[in-house]
Design a protein around this ligand. Structure first.
Ligand code: KG4
Ligand code: ZN
Length: 335
């Protein structure tokens, strides 16, 4: 089954054609990041307008790259939630138009389910059940993936998502938006023990996260140094911050794995590209005899191939939308 997938939930306009949930026939991503960098973050209205301008051309491009026409596609998939509502609505309405014009079924896909499905492309042998850490700009979850369309969130962030903490800490250090990748690069040159940063405590669920205290500690540290005219070593601060975030994510995920007895551990979302996190998880999983699955770097951030991969399993489960499908800014992954 060949699915044409559309993704427009944030600042990437993307289209892909994916066969049977695993094989990417073509994938095109148009990033708006250069434009949003001027404002230090995504400006929702600009994002929507750029999606509207680019979505037709991106889709024509992906069909041309796959050497296919719309009539050769078996279904249309689209990210319907969660995300920026004005951005989501561009993709949703465009996908509805494609479905109406072609008579092909319309498959609604949850963005976070899509991030997890990026791993089905990278690891053709991977099948649920498994335990998954999702760490992106908007979400930090530990999820039991019981089946392709059956999810149970057992841990979540109480405040900032991991990617959001990376971006805000990076901003205080003077890095461009989105700062996760700049912290990653700087951290490779720094000493992770140089700055003592707090590990926020979370009462209640042992698998829940909190990153806002850590983020604020970095912002205050930079602010105080600036006021006193003292120099901050950005490489050392990036390394110390990254080490602390990665330790929190790794420790909670390992605790959840131990309690739930999953042996297959999967990571997804933009922060899964982080080199420190990948190294920490590899060490933690190998010492415990767990198998670790990470998406290839090109599939960690937002893309439509992951939406096409998940759509295959949504369709198998009978999840087909009618043409009144709407976008939703916030929907839990369990549906
Ligand atoms: O999954 P994603 O592309 O978008 C959302 O669905 O939110 O995640 C974007 C987040 C941003 O916060 C970005 O800074 C972070 O992923 N990110 C990274 C790295 N690459 C992207 N964070 C840390 N290290 C990286 N190498
Ligand atoms: Zn995403």
């Amino acid at each position: 089954m060949k699915i044409l997938a559309i993704e427009s939930s944030c600042d990437e306009t993307a289209a892909a054609i994916v066969e049977d949930g695993r094989k990417v026939l073509a994938s095109v991503i148009h990033s708006q990041v250069a434009e949003h960098q001027k404002y230090g973050g995504v400006v929702p209205e600009i994002a929507s307008r750029r999606h509207a301008e680019n979505i037709v051309g991106i889709t024509e491009q992906v069909l041309a790259d796959a050497d296919m026409t719309l009539s050769e596609v078996d279904a249309i998939a689209v990210t319907y939630a969660p995300g920026l509502i004005g951005a989501l609505l561009v993709g949703v309405n465009f996908a509805k138009g494609l479905s109406l014009a072609s008579g092909k079924p319309l498959i609604p896909v949850h963005h976070i389910r899509g991030h997890i499905a990026a791993n089905y492309i990278t690891h053709p042998e991977l099948k649920p059940p498994f335990l998954c850490l999702v760490a992106s700009g908007g979400h930090s979850h530990i999820i039991e993936v019981k089946d392709y369309t059956d999810f149970r969130v057992i841990g979540r962030t109480r405040d900032d998502a991991a990617g959001e903490a990376f971006d805000k800490a990076a901003r205080s250090m003077g890095f461009n938006y989105p700062g996760g990748i700049y912290i990653d690069k700087a951290a490779q040159l720094g000493n992770p023990n140089a700055y003592k940063l707090p590990t926020p405590r979370v009462e209640g669920s042992p698998y829940d996260f909190s990153f806002s205290g850590l983020k604020t500690a970095v912002i205050n540290l930079v602010h105080n140094a600036n006021q006193k005219g003292e120099a901050i070593d950005n490489n050392d601060l990036a390394a110390s911050f990254q080490y602390t975030v990665c330790k929190i994510l790794t420790d909670k995920l390992m605790l959840a794995a131990e309690h739930t007895t999953y042996k297959n551990i999967v990571v997804a979302g933009g922060v899964s590209a982080n080199s420190g996190l990948r190294t920490a998880l590899e060490a933690a999983c190998s010492s415990r005899g767990y198998r670790l699955y990470l998406p290839e770097l090109s599939l960690c951030g937002d893309n439509a191939a992951m939406i096409g991969a998940q759509a295959y399993y949504e369709h198998q489960n009978g999840n087909v939308a009618n043409l009144s499908l709407n976008g939703c800014a916030s929907v839990p992954i369990s549906g």
